[in-house]
Design a protein around this ligand. Structure first.
Ligand code: C5P
Length: 284
């Protein structure tokens, strides 16, 4: 662990085709509202990263954070799927447009990194190699689309708890660490899911499984249903399954949904772009 409490990591991010819509409207004061699936469990005050994003842009530029932020959730809530980080990234690029700030890429990146380790990646999307605490990014060549099934667990896992459990497991015998990502980067560049599948791995998986052993069943169920491979995504509890093509992903998704091992199942493909302004200067 680093002196600041974070873990140094090497990670490959890929943005998938699940999205929230964040609408920004000039208002007298800062407010946040949320609709969509599980909206009731999303905070609408300063605990929400979009609130902090608006505050940070306002502080940097010396303005009032006078904006109403409406979030329409399409990314499952509390799944470790970076939905909150994506909304924060969307708020940064949306406010840059709404307030006509002309922020540089570096300024946006710094604002994003201060909000959370995954927020910079959500600005860019695509496929990227992340180092540091996840905020130092180099984009990665990825040919073709990869097809994924995401199984959201019935219970949540806290990211700090999972990192703490990894420290604990390593203190007691060091579960094997993943090696260099070179081969994985080659499989991404080749656009070949069959080559990519056996290379998928996640050092946090052992920790997530230790805290939530039921995830083993989910991982098995996805592979039994026809996925090429399954891993815990990020710090979990979502499990991500790589499939050979879109049709297989749809049938694996249907089978997993019927197996009753998860709260919800989504089929998605990647890479897709990160946060961007959709059509008018008030939405993104
Ligand atoms: O950066 P973010 O706020 O998303 O991180 C949430 C928590 O995850 C941190 O407080 C820390 O406990 C853990 N974390 C970590 N190492 C990282 C990223 C996150 O320990 N590289």
């Amino acid at each position: 662990m680093r002196p600041d409490g974070y873990h140094e990591l090497t990670t490959v991010f890929q943005a998938l085709s699940l999205r929230d819509t964040v609408t920004l409207t000039a208002a007298d004061e800062l407010s946040v509202s949320v609709c969509g699936e599980d909206a009731a469990s999303v905070p609408t005050d300063s605990r929400n990263l979009v609130w902090r994003a608006a505050q940070a842009v306002a502080d940097l530029t010396g303005r009032d954070p006078a904006v109403s932020i409406a979030i329409d959730k399409g990314i499952p809530v509390a799944g470790g799927m970076a939905g909150g980080s994506s909304d924060a990234a969307a708020t940064l690029v949306g406010l840059d447009r709404l307030w006509e700030l002309g922020l540089t890429r570096d300024e946006l990146h710094r604002l994003a990194a201060d909000l959370g380790s995954d927020v910079p990646f959500c600005l860019y999307g695509g496929t990227a190699l992340g180092t540091g605490r996840g905020e130092e990014l180099v984009s990665v060549l990825s040919r073709n689309s990869f097809h994924w099934v995401l199984a959201l667990a019935k219970t949540g896992l806290s990211t700090p708890d999972v990192f703490r459990e990894l420290d604990h497991l390593r203190d007691g015998g060091d579960p094997p660490r993943l090696g260099d990502p070179e081969e994985l980067l080659r499989a991404l560049a080749a656009g070949d899911p069959h080559a990519l599948a056996p290379l998928l791995g996640n050092d946090l998986q052992a920790a997530a499984l230790s805290l939530e052993p039921a995830l083993r069943r989910t991982l098995r169920a996805g592979v039994t249903a026809g996925a090429l491979a399954g891993i815990v995504s990020g710090s979990g509890p979502t499990c991500a399954f790589l499939c050979a093509d879109r049709d297989t992903a749809v049938s694996v998704g249907a089978e997993l949904a019927g197996a009753g091992v998860s709260r919800t199942v989504r089929v998605a493909e990647g890479p897709v772009p990160g946060a961007r302004v959709a059509d008018s200067d008030t939405s993104n």
